[in-house]
Design a protein around this ligand. Structure first.
Ligand SMILES: Cc1ncc(COP(=O)(O)O)c(C=O)c1O
Length: 406
């Protein structure tokens, strides 16, 4: 049984006020808040183990290195990877996808085809387009959604042909909340011999991910959306792929030997970690994973689902309010518009009442176009949100509608 009050008390920011009102933080899909133990772990890193990793023989550097490599092993265990070598630290989901597109993309056949979906975040569209700008014969194919916001699986299957060389899709949509049938989608891709990248940015905070069980080729996610420090991302990749991939960036730490006649590269995972990483944040990330496991990922998901159902029910009381995304498998994200009101205006006015939501295209402009809107308002839940907060959101919307329509 979850003790919500105890959980909330661990998040210092939740007790602050915004515009003279208690903060109601419902922008968790963009970035979640951090519990005190994560802040303390960052503090510990800066106060006790602040020295560059892998470079020094001195004690501080060794301690910093040990914290980073412990974190790698913790992430490996958390996602069920076969070895720490398969866990690459990046700056975020965005950098992880750019890494795969730039590096793995060099191995694609000249006339290869990449399958994406219409619900992708720009982070899972633009890196492939950048690759395409260097390899103009590559094609991008896009899977559509149905009226409920679910991927059309028959269409997905029909897009495969002898040119298909890559599939990349989100585990959970950041706008619709749709939880995609990733296991089936991976199985279908593999039956055509095609590797799969899963963008887990919106899944990893809510769903227990086991990369070996899923059998995905790449899985990417960000610490800052899962109660962890900012500026850290994970790229999981199957060793067989990572070994074949050329380095993404060049610099310190990723080399074995450098001379002006040629350079040899470091072994995995360091081949993909050029330059000084955010080793303090990386060292603190395991505290966020501990937090999630201590509360229980199943409990987190169940609580968020109850908040979602309550929010949907209450919001549908509001005349002219439309919700996008009605998948039977949906995570705690609720995107909506109110007829005749610009999402930005609504978001700005409810912020005056202390309610933080996101408005706009949510870095998913192709999806907005598909839905026929320029943007939406999005409320998204985390483990520390309460039913009262959902009621505050609904009350705030009801209060500002007459002002905006008046
Ligand atoms: C589905 C999805 N993919 C990728 C990203 C990008 O994550 P980051 O900004 O941490 O790189 C986000 C962030 O909102 C997301 O929701």
């Amino acid at each position: 049984m979850m003790n919500l009050e105890e959980i909330r008390s661990r998040f210092p920011i939740l007790s602050r006020e915004v515009n003279g009102k208690p903060l109601v933080y419902l922008d968790n899909a963009a970035s979640s808040q951090v519990p005190r133990e994560v802040v303390e772990a960052v503090d510990y890193g800066y106060c006790h183990a602040k020295a560059n990793v892998h470079r020094g023989v001195h004690t501080l550097s060794q301690e910093a290195t040990e914290l980073q490599e412990k974190s790698r092993r913790r992430v490996q265990e958390f996602i069920g990877a076969s070895s720490p070598e398969e866990v690459i630290f990046t700056r975020g989901t965005t950098e992880s996808i750019n890494l795969v597109a730039s590096s793995f993309g060099t191995l694609f056949p000249r006339e290869g085809e990449i399958i994406l979906t219409v619900m992708e975040h720009h982070s899972n569209i633009v890196p492939w387009q950048l690759l395409q700008s260097r390899r103009p014969d590559l094609k991008i194919r896009v899977v559509d959604i149905d009226d409920e916001g679910c991927l059309i699986l028959d269409q997905y299957e029909s897009l495969f042909n002898e040119h298909t060389c890559m599939v990349s899709f989100c585990h959970v949509s950041n706008v619709l909340g749709t939880v995609n049938p990733v296991r089936d989608m991976i199985r279908i891709a593999h039956s055509h011999g095609v590797p799969v990248l899963v963008d887990g940015a919106q899944a990893s905070p809510h769903i227990r991910v086991d990369v070996r069980d899923l059998d995905c080729d790449f899985y990417v996610f960000s610490s800052h959306k899962m109660y962890g420090p900012t500026g850290i991302g994970i790229l999981y990749g199957k060793r067989e792929h990572l070994l074949r991939m050329p380095p993404y960036q060049g610099g310190g730490e990723m080399i074995s030997h450098v001379s002006f006649t040629g350079t040899t590269f470091a072994d995995l995972p360091f081949k993909f970690e050029a330059g000084t990483p955010d080793y303090v944040g990386i060292g603190a990330f395991p505290r966020a994973l501990d937090f999630m496991e201590e509360v229980g990922i199943g409990n987190i998901a169940a609580h968020e689902e109850e908040l979602l159902r309550h929010a949907e029910k209450r919001m549908l009381e509001i005349p002219g309010l439309r919700i996008f995304g009605n998948s039977p498998h949906k995570s705690g994200v609720i995107s909506f518009v109110v007829d005749g009101i610009h999402p930005y205006d609504l978001g700005m006015l409810i912020d005056h009442l202390g309610v933080a939501v996101r408005t706009g295209h949510h870095c998913a402009q192709p999806l907005m176009e598909r839905l026929g809107v320029s943007g939406t308002v999005r409320a998204s839940f985390a483990v520390y949100n309460t039913f009262d907060e959902v009621d505050s959101l609904v009350a705030a919307i009801k209060r500002v509608i007459p002002i905006l329509k008046g």
